[in-house]
Every structure is written in C-alpha cells, then in structure tokens.
Design a protein around this ligand. Structure first.
Ligand code: KG4
Ligand code: ZN
Length: 345
C-alpha cells in the first residue's frame, strides 16, 4: 500500500510517498530555513505564505521522484496539528481537496506521532517489539511516550516549558550563532570544554517524567551577561567562551533528556528505546543515551537518516499507513481532517 504524506506544520513544506509504512519512494522537502535565518526564527505569517507557494510543486515533485501517478496512491496522510495554525491550514486543505477529487482515504496524523514513525522510515529489515519507550524531542515538543502497539500511545512525560530544541535555538541566538540552533551548537561544542560551566538541571521530583529547560536557558543568559557585565552584545563574545558555553549547555541538555529516559525505562521495562524528532540528530544526546541505557540491554534506535529526524513527510506517510492498517474504515471521509493547533493523541 502506498501512502502520500503531507507535512506543513511549521517551516518545511514536505511531501513523500512511502510503501507499506517503511519503504520511502520519495521524500521532498522545501525548507524555509534560509528565509527564517534573517529573523532568527519562524514568523508564522511568512511561513504560511511560503507553504501556499510551495505545496503544489512539492507534491508534484514527490510523485515524479517516486515515478508514480495518482492511480498508484492508495491514501493520503496529513497533519491537522499541533503546529502553526496558518501553516497547518495549507497542508490540511490541500490534502482534503486531493482526497475528495482523487477519491482516496484521508488519514489525520498527529505531528509528534509522525516523528515517532521517523524510526520506521527506510527500516525494512527490523520487526520492532512492543512496548517501545520513545523520547520525541524537537523544537516544538519534548515528550516521553509509551507505545504499546501501532495506534496505542500513552504520554508519560512532557516539557513544562520550553522543548529542548527550542532551548538550543534560543541559546544559539543568545550566543550570536544563528538559526536553527541545534546543528550550530553541536558544531561549535566540539571545540569547547563541556565541563567549563556547571549549568543546572531542573529538579521536578521523582514522581514525574516531565522536563523543564527554562532554568537552564536563564543560567546560560546569566553566564553571558556576567561575562560582559550585563552589556548584552553577542558580537563581542569571544570564540572560546562561546564554544565552552555551547559544550556545557549541550551536555546538560543531553543528561537531562537521558535522566528521565532512564527513570522511565526502569519503571516501564520497554523492549526497545527510540529517540525521534529534530534533536535526535544530536550526537552528544545519542552518546549519552548509549552510555547510560546500555545496562537495560534493549535496542536503542534513532532514525536511520537525519532527514527522518527533522520535519519531513515520509514519517507522516509511514504513521498514516500503520493507522490505516489498524482501522481502514475510519479514514473514508475527506472531511475528517481540520487544522487544529492543539490536536492531541
Ligand atoms: O522536528 P523538528 O524539525 O521541528 C519541530 O517539530 O520542531 O525539530 C527542529 C529542532 C530545532 O529546534 C533544531 O535546533 C533542533 O531540532 N535540531 C537539533 C539538531 N538538529 C536539529 N538539536 C540539536 N542537535 C542537532 N544536531
Ligand atoms: Zn517536528
């Protein structure tokens, strides 16, 4: 079965075709990163206009790259939310229109559940065992999810304030490094001393698997302000200071993310541990997870390609396939997908 996935929840206009939930036949992404670099982050109105311009060419390109026609497509998956409402509108409206005109089933996919299926993309050789404990961590969300089967997800922890990716982006801005923050911080951190600063980890108590990154962000701000005696000017920060802050910050984020993953693994005894979302591309996080979770003797997996960590439509198509497989009758109605910034699972 071939599903065409559409993703427009933030700043990527993406379309992909995936066969049987794992085989990626095409994966097209029109990124707006260069545009948002100028403003140091995403301006929703600008993102929404760009989606409108790109959505049709991106869908055509995905079909062309897969060398397929509409008759070869068995269903459409798109994201009602969460995300920027004006951005979601383009993807959902386009998907609904196509489902109506081409008479295809239409599968709404929660953006975070989509990220979870980034781990299925291009992984045709593995039969994952449930339950799976998943840390899905991106710019907009920071969740711990227990997946008991396809379509059976339990949210067991989340960030109470910023997501880790958002903290990467804000700290990078503070250090004058640009947007998006994660990849740049990872790069400059290689030149820094990760023990140079002892940044705080939020203490939320032993009864929760939640996260908090606002205190860490403020601690980085204070370190920067102290260096320049409260005169905030990223241009003046010297490079060894920036590298040390980046390395210490990255280490603290990785440890914090893995702390809760370790606690939740002890409680839920999953058969696998998956890490997904944009921040799962981070090598310090992967190293920390490998080191600390080795003792549980369960497979630890990340998407096979960085393109399936950050926003993409292959993960949406993959999730759509497995949801449809479970309950095909649910997805016959093209009207069943409406943009909803607060969409829950
Ligand atoms: O999943 P994603 O593309 O979009 C959202 O759903 O938010 O994640 C984007 C986030 C950004 O905050 C970006 O800084 C972060 O993922 N990111 C990284 C890395 N690559 C992307 N964070 C840390 N290290 C990376 N290598
Ligand atoms: Zn995302």
């Amino acid at each position: 079965m071939r599903i065409l996935g559409i993703e427009t929840s933030c700043d990527e206009t993406a379309c992909a075709v995936v066969e049987n939930g794992t085989r990626v036949l095409s994966n097209v992404i029109a990124s707006q990163i260069d545009m948002h670099k100028k403003t140091g982050g995403v301006v929703p109105e600008v993102a929404a206009r760009e989606h409108i311009l790109k959505i049709i060419p991106v869908i055509k390109e995905a079909l062309e790259q897969a060398d397929l026609d509409w008759k070869d497509i068995d269903g459409i998956a798109a994201v009602p939310g969460p995300g920027l409402i004006s951005a979601l509108l383009t993807g959902t409206l386009t998907a609904s229109t196509l489902a109506l005109v081409k008479e295809k089933p239409l599968i709404p996919v929660h953006h975070i559940l989509g990220h979870i299926y980034g781990n299925w993309c291009e992984r045709t050789d593995v039969d994952f065992k449930f339950p799976i404990l998943i840390l899905t961590v991106s710019g907009g969300h920071n969740d711990l999810v227990l997946m008991k089967n396809h379509g059976e997800f339990e949210l067991i922890g989340q960030s109470r304030d910023d997501a880790a990716g958002e903290a990467f982006d804000k700290v990078a801005k503070l250090l004058g490094l640009g947007y998006p923050g994660g990849p740049i911080i990872q790069k400059v951190a290689r030149e820094g001393d990760k023990n140079a600063f002892d940044f705080p980890k939020a203490k939320l108590g032993s009864r929760t698997f939640d996260y908090s990154f606002s205190g860490l962000k403020t601690a980085v701000l204070y370190a920067v302000q102290e260096k320049y005696e409260k005169e905030f000017n990223p241009e003046k920060l010297n490079s060894s200071f920036v590298c040390d802050v980046a390395a210490s910050f990255q280490k603290t984020v990785a440890e914090t993310l893995v702390d809760q993953l370790e606690n939740a693994t002890e409680k839920y005894s999953p058969k696998e541990i998956h890490i997904a979302g944009g921040v799962s591309a981070n090598l310090a996080l992967r190293e920390e997870a490998e080191k600390r979770l080795l003792k549980f003797k369960v497979p630890i997996r990340y998407p096979v390609n960085i393109a399936f960590c950050t926003d993409n439509a292959a993960m949406i198509a993959s999730c759509g396939y497995f949801l449809h497989l479970k309950d095909p009758n649910k997805y016959k109605n093209w009207q069943n997908i409406q943009p909803n910034a607060d969409f829950t699972f």
